[in-house]
Design a protein around this ligand. Structure first.
Ligand SMILES: [Fe+2]
Length: 230
């Protein structure tokens, strides 16, 4: 298995390349429109074929590269059943996405948004904006719900083996990965916190709206293939 973490410095977004070495089949998780050329170059350099573009959710902070990548490579775009209607495949909890001999398992982890997914491969999980390193995604728009997010994290992600590596959708402090054990012990919103305490924490964050909220959600429901001023 090949895994590469890529970073968009403007939106602090992580994109992941996951590939099966033997077949050369690859997937990109949460690619950013402005980083298409970088990502395609890496895929070419590694001798891979882009089979799928996976979206963890309809993003509010950046425009996805999914639609342009589909046009340029023929890759299939994949989103949750409640996610972007433009996707070629709508997936549900437990579904598998095959890259040669490697299966990416879909985990529904709603709460940040109602369509949020995580993607599990052996030993690691890509958590999108459900679970960050020492934090979580916000829950104050796009049908977000703090109680639902607590349930997703504690019942779906924290039941994975403690050694499971967590690859988040963003980090704003330069951190790159974590583990289930590390977040259970040290995530300040979750460690030793009840569901009610978590809901209270999430309700008192007072965050400003993301800069691209107005254009990004509409564009991403169309896989980024609309004329938008970003
Ligand atoms: Fe998000």
């Amino acid at each position: 298995m090949i895994v590469r973490q890529l970073f968009d410095a403007e939106t602090f977004t992580y994109t992941y390349l996951v590939a099966d070495e033997e077949s050369g089949q690859a997937a990109l998780i949460d690619p950013v429109l402005e980083q298409i050329d970088r990502d395609l170059l890496l895929i070419r350099e590694l001798g891979l074929t882009l089979a799928y573009v996976l979206e963890t959710h309809v993003h509010a902070d950046h425009v996805t590269a999914a639609g342009v990548l589909r046009d340029r490579t023929g890759a299939k775009t994949v989103a949750g059943a409640r996610g972007a209607p433009c996707a070629d495949m709508a997936v549900r909890h437990g579904d598998g996405i095959a890259l040669g001999g490697l299966t990416i398992r879909v985990l529904e982890t709603p709460g940040h948004t109602d369509d949020s997914l995580s993607f599990h491969v052996p030993g690691m999980v890509f958590t999108g904006d459900a679970l960050f390193i020492r934090g979580t995604g916000r829950t104050d728009f796009q049908n977000g719900d703090a109680g639902t997010l607590y349930d997703s994290i504690t019942r779906v992600l924290f039941v994975l083996p403690d050694t499971t590596v967590i690859w988040p959708g963003h980090d704003y402090k330069g951190r790159t990965s974590s583990t289930v054990a590390e977040e259970k012990a040290h995530n300040p919103r979750l460690a030793g916190k009840t569901r009610d305490e978590f809901v209270q924490i999430m309700g008192s964050l007072g965050l400003p709206p993301p800069k691209k909220l107005a254009v990004a959600v509409a564009a991403n429901r169309a896989c980024g293939r609309v004329e938008v001023a970003v």
